[in-house]
Design a protein around this ligand. Structure first.
Ligand code: SAM
Ligand code: SF4
Length: 323
């Protein structure tokens, strides 16, 4: 079992398969994706080796992310490969969902267990303004299709922003009344590229948490491969609410995830330094050298990120690593 020097165990791998994205989210890629050089993204055989090595080291859950993972044509094969890996109990994806109705059947056929879709506003004009795309209706239609299918767990990610959503939580709660999804409010995180935006828009999730508790929302008991979200349910609502508050005290104590970038680098923290390359060990089917490398690199994992000190490491934006 992968365990670091602070006794934290890593059940969960976030695997980025591309850093390319078609959206221009204000806090992430406000000027759109810039292709600065040739990208040698992980191939399917490399992904298979990563899944094998991590599962043999105790990983139970793989989340496929990006950039926008659905821009890769072989995404269904990638989902299937992860799903076929012995020991992997859950394969999830985080996507902007821009073609969700079209993509969903192939993801389901490939065996996807959980789908997270990012929706930063339920107001189509705000959605357009944040992402640069007028896709809210399409995305909501895709979510309805996934709910009608009934197999994948559905979560929606909403980055809290002062201007767009932090003071309009009610529209989301109204949606949750009859919609059995988990909606996670994520505190905006500072990255190398978004400092001004962060200063203008960052809102803490604690006020929302207090209001939820006052309104009768109750904490959900989480399992060990769950993320760092604090989740709440309410007997009158079909949906749940989660809060991801990376600036809260002790956030890193429950860290249970590692990240591999689309360039084949291990990232011990979302806000660490440049990743540690696994490329050499990814070239053969024998995963023992890869496992040894991962174990030895894990020794460098720090106790916490340094976001409180306004240090976001080498992460210029989260499309590099997938959040
Ligand atoms: N493109 C996909 C999407 O948007 O869902 C997957 C990649 S995106 C980097 C993963 C998640 O990170 C999204 O939910 C996005 O909203 C979130 N994210 C990106 N930049 C962020 C930031 N600076 N602070 C908080 N969350 C961020
Ligand atoms: Fe693209 Fe996701 Fe970043 Fe938005 S948050 S620009 S959809 S990678």
């Amino acid at each position: 079992m992968l365990t670091d020097n602070f006794g934290r165990r890593f059940y969960y791998l976030r695997l980025s398969i591309t850093d390319v994205c078609n959206f221009r989210c204000d806090y992430c890629l406000p000027d759109g994706y810039k292709c600065d050089n040739d990208r040698d993204f992980l191939s399917l055989p490399e992904i298979k080796r990563i899944a094998n090595a991590f599962s043999q080291l105790g990983t139970e859950k793989i989340r496929i992310t990006g950039g926008e993972p659905s821009l890769r044509k072989d995404l269904p094969e990638i989902i299937h490969t992860c799903k076929q890996t012995a020991g992997i109990k859950s394969v999830a994806i985080t996507s902007n969902g821009y073609k969700l109705p079209q993509h969903l059947p192939s993801w389901l056929d490939a065996g996807i267990d959980a789908i997270n879709i990012s929706i930063d506003s339920l107001d189509p004009r705000h959605f357009h303004s944040i992402t640069g795309h007028n896709k809210l209706d399409t995305i909501l239609k895709g979510i309805d299709m996934a709910l009608a299918d009934g197999r994948p767990k559905i979560k929606v990610n909403t980055v809290l922003m002062r201007e767009y959503n932090a003071y309009d939580i009610q529209s989301y709660l109204d949606w949750l009344k009859d919609t059995p999804i988990t909606l996670r409010f994520i505190e905006l995180m500072q990255t190398g590229d978004n400092q001004k935006f962060f200063d203008e828009q960052h809102v803490q999730g604690t006020r929302i948490k207090q209001n939820l508790i006052l309104d009768g929302w109750l904490p959900v008991i989480q399992n060990k491969s769950a993320g760092p979200a604090q989740e709440f349910y309410h007997p009158d609502y079909q949906g749940k609410v989660g809060l991801i508050m990376p600036y809260s005290k002790d956030f890193c104590n429950s860290c249970n995830r590692l990240r591999v970038s689309s360039l084949g680098k291990l990232h011990l923290c979302l806000f660490g330094e440049q990743g540690l390359s696994l490329k050499e060990q990814l070239q053969c089917d024998d995963v023992e050298p890869l496992k040894r490398k991962i174990i030895s690199l894990l020794g460098d994992k720090q106790a916490t990120h340094y976001l409180h000190e306004k240090l976001s490491g080498a992460t210029t934006n989260l499309s590099m690593l997938g959040g």
